[in-house]
Design a binder for this molecule. Sequence first.
Ligand SMILES: *Cc1c(COP(=O)(O)O)cnc(C)c1O
Length: 380
Amino acid sequence: MQDIHIPLARPDIGESEIQAVNEVLRSPFLSLGPRLAEFEEAIGARTGARHAVAVSSGTSGLHLCIRGLDFQPGDEVLTTPFSFIASANAPLFEGVQPVFVDIDPRTLNMDPALVENALSPRIKGILAVHAFGYPAAMDSLAPLAARHGLKLIEDACEALGSRLGNRHVGTHGDTGVFAFYPNKQITTGEGGVVVTNSQEVAARLRILRNQGRDPDGSWLDQVALGYNYRISDLQCALGLAQLRRLPEILEKRRRVAAHYDSLLAGNPNLELPVRPAETRSMSWFVYVVRLHQRFSREDRDQIVSAMMALGIQCGRYFPPIHLQPYYRKRFGYRPGDFPHTEAMADHAIALPFFTAMQAEQVETVCRRLREVMAPYHRRP
Ligand SMILES: *Cc1c(COP(=O)(O)O)cnc(C)c1O
C-alpha cells in the first residue's frame, strides 16, 4: 500500500490540550487526582446527566453498565449487529447473551418495530447503539423498555453531541456510554465515561471501576469484585481541554459533512448519509456513503482498494457482528440472518473524515472516488 495521504480519521489536538497534559505531568496527581472529578462534572454539564463516571475505555464502560445494572448470567439483552464489536462483547463478559434485532436501513439503528416480537422472558434489557452518531429511536425505545420492565443502556460511544428533542443521547435510558479513542469526536487517547441519572448506579460504577473498593470507607475495604477500569488524570486533562473545544469541533465536522454532501449529491451510484429530522441533532462521527445495490461486495472492496492505492484511506464500517467467526461458531449465525445489516455492511464506504479536514482534501477524495467509480457507471 502507498503512503497514506489522507487518513480515515485523525485526532485534533491543539496547544491547549498539550498544555493541560503538561500541567498534570508537573503535578503529583497522575491518577485519581483533581482532573477526574472536573472531567466528570464537565461531561455531566455537557450532556445534562446527573452523574458521570469516567473509565479506561468505552468497552470497559459498557461492561460496567452490564455489571452495574445487575444483569445475571443467562439473561439476554436486545441489541443490533450493525455496530462496533464491543457493544455485543460487553454483555458476553458477564454471560449475558446479546440477541440481535435488525436495523432500520435508513437510520442504521435498531428498528423499534422489530423489538416487541423479539422479546422473551429471558430478555432483561435493550442496548441501543447510536451508530455513526445518528440518534437511535429512544423516543420509542425508552417507553417500550419502561412498559416491559427492561433495563436500557445506550451505546453513545460515537455520538457525543447528538440529541433527541432537547435531551442529549445517553441520558434517555438507565445508563449511556461515550468513548474517547482517537477517532472519536473528542479523545483522551483511550477512555470512556458512563452517564446516569441514578445516584445508586453511579456509586456502584465507581466501586467497580476501582477494584471493588468502597470509596467512602478506607482504601482497603473491598466490597465487590471490581476491576481496574480507572482513567488517568493525564487523560482527564486532555479530555477537559477537548471538551472545552467541543462546539468548535462539532461545527467543523458538520461543515466537512456538508461539503461532502454538496460534492457527492446527484451521484446515482451513491446514497449519502441521512440527516435526522429537525427534532434531533446529529454529531458527525464518520462520513459513510452507501453504494447502489447493483454493486456487489466485491465491487465495493475493489473500490476501497483502489482508493487506498491512491493514498486515500477508506473504511468498511461495520462488518456485521453476527458474521464474525467467534459469533458464528458460538451462536450459529449465518449470512441472511439480518438482511438490512448485511446489505449496508456490503455496500458501505467510510470516507476520510476528521475535524481538521481541509476543503481541498474533501475535494480530492470526491474527485478520486468519481474516477475510481467511473468504470462502473457504464455498466448496463
Ligand atoms: C468506539 C466504540 C466503542 C468503545 O470503544 P473503545 O475503543 O473501547 O473506547 C463502543 N461502541 C461503539 C459503537 C464504538 O464506536
